[in-house]
Ligand binder design. Structure first.
Ligand code: ATP
Ligand code: MG
Length: 317
């Protein structure tokens, strides 16, 4: 072999080796390294490290980059789903904790009063009547609480069917005011009506009676001695607007957005003292939603509260 030929061969060999090492280091950089990173991250994700993501890899081969992007967006979706599930789980267990707590109070009271009676207080006629009344009062409260809880869960699960028809709202309001006038009188609260002439609405009468009962009950029990409750209805486009306004203690602005949550009470002690559990407005909101309506509340602490909502008077729209 001639020297020239040898040099030529050597040159070709060096060139070949350089080319292959070059392209294999390029391969490493574009495929192997990013792929290893992807494998690490997927392992971490599989082990539950939901926050881990593959960082941008500008040098990686386009296909590898695409894989990394889809893994990242999958991980984002999975994290979102997991967080939502955790949130629902938290809401559920808070609800159960609230329910247990609320049930415990009247059950313990009933138990306590009855035990005291059994221990001999029954022989003291002054005490026994008082304790029986207290036990009875707590049993009633327990009953009301259970009814509210059943309502809430049936409405939320969609099990409760509404039956819509036309009925006269003024008649319903008058009936309800009649049944509640004793409670109003006990607190020297005056109930005033301003009812529109045309008052046929389309809705579930039973459920709307529940809405009005709770709103009226609130307006009376969170009122001041000698205060006023004003119920008015007025005709609006294809509807009847109902407004219940009181001159009571009002609701401080920071509580207004939360007032429709289950068990939410501004002043737990005051509310419990007047027999409230904080489920009433949550039920009101659900029922009005089923009527494609919603309660609008405005309140001035110390001055009073007003809640209004609109019901349909016409099914054609
Ligand atoms: N008209 C009102 N004036 C002042 N505060 C009110 C009024 N209506 C409601 N609230 C406040 O909102 C809270 C929630 O009302 P909601 O009707 O849901 O519960 P409640 O009346 O306490 O109990 P329940 O209705 O279950 O018997 C009440 O505890 C009270 O603090
Ligand atoms: Mg209430």
């Amino acid at each position: 072999m001639s020297t020239e030929l040898f040099i030529l061969f050597l040159g070709l060999a060096v060139g070949f080796i350089t080319a292959t090492t070059l392209s294999s280091s390029r391969m490493r950089r574009r495929i192997a390294v990013p792929a290893a990173r992807i494998v690490d991250v997927t392992h971490a994700l599989a082990d539950g490290a939901t926050r881990v993501r593959i960082e941008p890899m500008p040098d990686a081969h386009e296909d590898v980059r695409r894989i990394a992007e889809s893994i990242n967006s999958l991980a984002d979706r999975a994290t979102r789903d997991i967080e939502e599930m955790q949130r629902l789980e938290r809401v559920r267990s808070e609800f159960i904790a609230n329910v247990s707590h609320e049930l415990r109070t009247p059950i313990f009271s009933v138990q306590g009063y009855l035990e005291t009676l059994l221990d001999g207080a029954v022989d003291d006629s002054n005490v026994s009547m008082q304790f029986l009344e207290k036990a009875y009062h707590n049993a009633m409260r327990l009953n009301a609480l259970l009814n509210d809880l059943i309502d809430i869960s049936r409405i939320e699960s969609g099990e409760l069917k509404f039956s819509f028809r036309y009925f006269d709202l003024s008649d319903l309001i008058s009936e309800l005011v009649q049944t509640m006038h004793i409670r109003a009188e006990q607190r020297s609260v005056r109930v005033v009506l301003h009812l529109a002439k045309e008052s046929t609405v389309y809705g579930d009468k039973e459920r709307l009676s529940q809405v009005l009962t709770n709103l009226l009950d609130n307006a009376i029990k969170y009122n001041i001695h000698g205060g006023t409750v004003e119920i008015s209805t007025s005709t609006v486009d294809h509807g009847l607007r109902v407004r219940i306004a009181d001159t009571g203690i009002g609701i401080p602005a920071e509580h207004l957005t939360r007032i429709f949550e289950r068990f939410y009470r501004v002043d737990k002690d005051r509310s419990r003292a007047v027999g409230g559990t904080g489920l009433g407005l949550a039920i009101v909101k659900h029922i009005l939603e089923a009527h494609e309506s919603e309660p609008k509340i405005s309140s001035d602490a110390g001055k009073g509260t007003s809640i209004e909502f609109t019901l349909r008077t016409n099914t054609d729209v």
